[in-house]
Design a protein around this ligand. Structure first.
Ligand code: HEC
Length: 151
């Protein structure tokens, strides 16, 4: 068996395990725990397939992402530490990705028919693996705040 094929098979198996064990999309998002590398790898594969065409392969987004276009829509923002993806809770990010954004004539498509919540969770793990410790900690606190409000 070629190493590449076996890694893919392993990723698929781990994905299936993650799907069973992860009842919430933010499973494994504790910044004190080492990231689940296989989930990050799967998230990166999905990102490159579905998101990179707009948000760029290196997560850097459109250089003019802060400037609205003529139609009032905003260009794709970065998802690394330079953007503001990490200002949002896992739940809010899941909803934007699953349902599309309702922000200012948004061109962000909805992926709910193509990606499961667990797929989206894996993409979020990939984003987090690209944030610095400060962004991860900030976003962890946003998640906690939201969980408290939801109680
Ligand atoms: C057709 C282009 C396009 C594709 C493909 C695309 N996006 Fe977007 N995305 C956008 C645009 C444009 C915005 C910014 C405008 C907005 O949010 O209204 C955006 C915004 C977002 C935001 C909100 C960011 C923030 O900080 O508020 C998230 C999260 C996001 N995209 C994730 C994804 C993910 C994950 C994928 C792949 C599954 C993806 N996008 C694929 C165009 C795209």
């Amino acid at each position: 068996m070629k190493p590449k094929g076996s890694l893919r098979a392993l990723t698929t198996i781990m994905g299936a395990i993650a799907m069973v064990s992860a009842c919430v999309a933010n499973a494994g998002s504790d910044p004190n725990e080492p990231p689940d590398q296989l989930r990050v790898v799967r998230g990166e594969e999905l990102y490159q397939q579905y998101c990179a065409s707009c948000h760029r392969t290196d997560l850097s987004g459109d250089p003019d992402w802060k400037t609205p276009k003529e139609d009032g829509s905003y260009p794709p923002p970065p998802h690394d530490s330079t953007g503001h993806t990490w200002h949002h809770s896992d739940q809010v990010l899941l909803e934007i990705i699953r349902d599309g954004s309702d922000f200012a004539q948004s061109r962000m498509p909805s992926f709910g028919e193509r990606l499961s919540d667990d797929d989206i969770g894996a993409i979020l793990e990939f984003f987090k693996a690209n944030w610095g410790p400060e962004e991860r900690e900030y976003q962890r606190q946003i998640n906690e705040q939201q969980a408290r409000l939801g109680e």
